[in-house]
Design a protein. Structure first.
Length: 279
């Protein structure tokens, strides 16, 4: 008989985590909103053996629910090496900082944000991220070049898969968790629409490329090209201006746009955009 799970989560981390959990456990309820917590309390009383697993829930869970899952607690899949990058945007913040490694932590949920003791942590390099994501999301096993850069969705997929795979093997016999070092805690900011504009006059090409990668989906990186408000979906850095669809940045390097979406239009490659909109 499969272990019963009450799952809490929203967004890509939750989606990828749930996919793995469904293969190994019986998810009796998926909580997505504050209102769902009343259902959780009822189901937990009816199924006292059910475990709680959370991935990017976005709702504060109070003591009346937390206490129901003692002593191991609700297990939080957090995509960072805690206590680094606590908060709502750990993956995006790591991308913005130019990190080439990404981590996942399994921690016990407590009232203070992302401050609970750690059951498990794993760190993955860029190439490992891409390999895991392609295998688990796309069913592809392929070699990855050493300097390959993962997309944000790759990172979400790989970290969720790594964390839930560990849970699948260890949930019945969890190790003793280790307390976090509060002195090393760092915090991430909530993503806002005001972050969208690409400012090539004050930022380097690498900074702008990291913004394009981190803000894909939301809040989206935007710039005006030929009088059109556009979302930049994919880009690369060049020492020279080898495309008319480019931004000369503060470090004298160029952000070359590879994929773009004009307001109200479908995404397209740079060549198609220039053919259709260059005046």
């Amino acid at each position: 008989m499969k272990t019963k799970i009450i799952f809490f989560g929203n967004g890509p981390l939750a989606d990828y985590s749930k996919k793995v959990l469904e293969e190994n456990f019986e998810i009796i309820f998926h909580a997505r909103t504050k209102e769902d917590l009343e259902i959780v309390k009822k189901l937990k009383s009816e199924n006292p053996e059910a475990k709680g697993i959370l991935a990017s829930f976005g709702v504060m869970i109070k003591s009346d629910v937390l206490d129901l899952f003692e002593p191991e607690g609700i297990l939080n899949i957090h995509p960072s090496k805690l206590p680094k990058y606590r908060g709502s945007s750990p993956i995006e913040t790591a991308i913005l900082n130019g990190d080439e490694e990404f981590s996942v932590s399994i921690m016990k949920l407590v009232k203070k944000m992302d401050a609970g003791p750690i059951y498990y942590q794993e760190t993955l390099k860029n190439t490992e991220i891409i390999q895991i994501a392609r295998h688990n999301r796309d069913g592809i096993i392929a070699d990855v070049v050493m300097d390959a850069i993962p997309e944000k969705d790759d990172i979400y997929c790989a970290l969720a898969t790594t964390g839930t795979s560990w849970l699948s093997e260890n949930l019945k016999n969890l190790p003793t968790p280790t307390d976090q070092d509060e002195q090393k805690a760092t915090y991430t900011a909530k993503l806002e629409k005001s972050m969208s504009p690409l400012d090539e006059k004050t930022k380097s090409a690498e900074e702008l490329l990291n913004e394009v990668r981190a803000f894909l989906g939301f809040p989206k990186s935007k710039h005006d090209f030929f009088g059109l408000d556009c979302i930049v979906l994919n880009a690369h850095i060049s020492e020279t201006k080898d495309s008319e669809l480019s931004l000369k940045c503060a470090d004298e390097k160029y952000l070359i746009v590879d994929k773009i979406q004009p307001a109200g239009r479908k995404p397209m490659d740079a060549k198609s955009f220039l053919n259709g909109y260059k005046k």
